[in-house]
Design a protein around this ligand. Structure first.
Ligand code: PLP
Length: 456
């Protein structure tokens, strides 16, 4: 047994990390050259690293720590649940109180007739479930050929074979033989990068109408579902023009195509409502959830399913499930997270305090010579960097070079702001205070200034 603790020197931890720990989305060279930043603890919106730096987490981890870090109540619930029932499954006619209570609470919060929850361990797993669920649904309605799923380029739906195929990131498809058959991708509604001279409204409509063209190309009788994030997150916080989702809804209604809203980032308050579908006026048949469901305190995800699909699927046996579907500790912790969100009125805080303060700060950052625009929905935002904001121009050279530089300057100034290409991404814990947003803006401005100077 090796005794590796926070007390080892950073360099030693980094060397062990590089030697034994394979990281997602990271190269060995990067790890060997720079060493990973080692996070040792966190409280509220601040992380502490192994050198004692206090870092403002402008990303809420990976868009997930909505209620902030280090909450005693969450630890207490986890400990209590581990002692009472640390594990049991939900297969073969068994259940337990944490899964029952969590499903009931989610059904209460979800809009319309989304009254049923199929639990998974993550967003990726839940989207894999969704592929099987919508195909099984149509097959059970004697339409097995209605099996194709339409998604968008540059969408992110997870990293497994199924969810990675639903995603539209070509650099992911290049590894491991994705996409799996029967998944198609239309263009995304990214007006800032791809809208040219069109108005956002005309562009949004045109991009939505690509769905109709794709349905007609495949034949409506062959199309099971359309999947989309209400606001694309990992693709660069792409807030669609106001015309986009109403047109998508019209088209899906017209051709009897199910809508899967991937709420893994948007769900649980990120856009100012419980779900991004409410913010964007979407009426989905299935919503994918994870991340903010437990604020990242335990790994849990799921699919919230409408009455009709749950009835049809349940009329036979759905041969699908995960050992940890509805895991009791994860469920109890997620339920406590939802209690805190409601008792502390975190949505009111978002809408009345945090989101207006964030918007005000971002509007100021938009005046910076390096910032080409602002995309924002509630507490998720992006700042596309540009050498000429008037024309929304891109930098010469490899995409992402300037974004990477800026991310590094953020790190150096004790701020986590991620980059997607040359866009800077912001998604802080929802509980962030105006004062902390002020600290965010000061550090972000310094990082932008330093990047700008380095580019001269
Ligand atoms: N869907 C969306 C919209 C996501 O942003 C993510 C993760 O970032 C996923 C699905 C995958 O979730 P997980 O990483 O929990 O598998």
């Amino acid at each position: 047994m090796s005794y590796i603790t926070n007390h080892l020197p950073t360099a030693e931890l980094q060397a062990l990390d590089a030697a034994h720990h394979m990281h997602p989305f990271t190269t060995n060279d990067e790890l060997a050259e720079k060493g990973a930043r080692i996070i040792t603890k966190a409280k509220g919106v601040f992380l502490t690293d192994s050198e004692g730096n206090e870092i403002l987490d402008g990303m809420a981890g990976l868009w997930c720590v909505n209620i902030g870090y280090g909450r005693q109540e969450m630890a207490d619930v986890a400990a209590r649940q581990m002692l009472e029932l640390n594990y049991y499954n939900t297969f073969f006619m068994t259940s337990h109180v944490p899964a029952i209570a969590l499903a009931t609470e989610i059904a209460k919060l979800a809009p319309g007739d989304l009254n049923h929850v199929f639990f998974a361990g993550s967003g990726s797993e839940a989207n894999d479930t969704n592929i099987r669920m919508v195909r099984t649904y149509w097959a059970m309605k004697d339409k097995p050929e209605k099996s194709h799923i339409i998604s968008r380029k540059n969408a992110y739906h997870g990293s497994s074979m199924g969810s990675g195929s639903l995603g539209g990131m070509t650099y992911m498809h290049e590894q491991g033989g994705m996409p799996i058959p029967g998944i198609h991708h239309i263009n995304q509604p990214d007006w800032w990068a791809e809208g040219g001279d069109q108005t956002p409204e005309a562009f949004g409509l045109a991009r939505a109408q690509e769905l109709e063209a794709k349905i007609l190309e495949l034949g409506a009788d062959n199309v099971a579902a359309f999947i989309g994030e209400p606001v694309q997150g990992a693709g660069g916080v792409i807030v669609p023009p106001s015309t986009y989702w109403p047109e998508i809804q019209r088209i899906c209604d017209k051709y009897d195509v199910l809508i899967i809203a991937d709420e893994v980032i948007c769900g649980f308050g990120r856009t100012g409502n419980w779900f991004g579908s409410q913010t964007m006026g979407i009426k989905p048949h299935i919503m994918t959830i994870a991340k903010g469901l437990s604020s990242g305190y335990q790994p849990i995800g799921g699919s919230i399913v409408c009455d009709e699909i749950a009835e049809v699927i349940g009329s036979g046996e759905f041969n699908h499930g995960y050992t940890y579907s509805g895991h009791p500790v994860c469920s109890a912790v997620a339920l406590e997270n939802l209690r805190i969100m409601q008792d502390e009125k975190i949505l009111d805080h978002v809408n009345n305090v945090a989101a207006p303060a964030l918007q005000e700060g971002l509007d100021k950052l938009a005046e910076h010579p390096l910032v080409g625009g602002v995309n924002v929905s509630g507490m998720m935002a992006s700042l596309p960097l540009s050498p000429r904001k008037e024309t929304r121009s891109k930098f010469a050279g490899a995409a992402g070079t300037v974004g990477y530089m800026c991310r590094e300057r953020c790190f150096a100034n004790n701020l986590v702001m991620r980059h997607v290409g040359d866009r800077m991404i912001i998604s802080p814990p929802l509980v962030i205070t105006p004062e902390e947003i002020g600290t965010f803006m000061t550090r972000a401005t310094k990082a932008l200034d330093e990047t700008y100077t380095a580019l001269k």
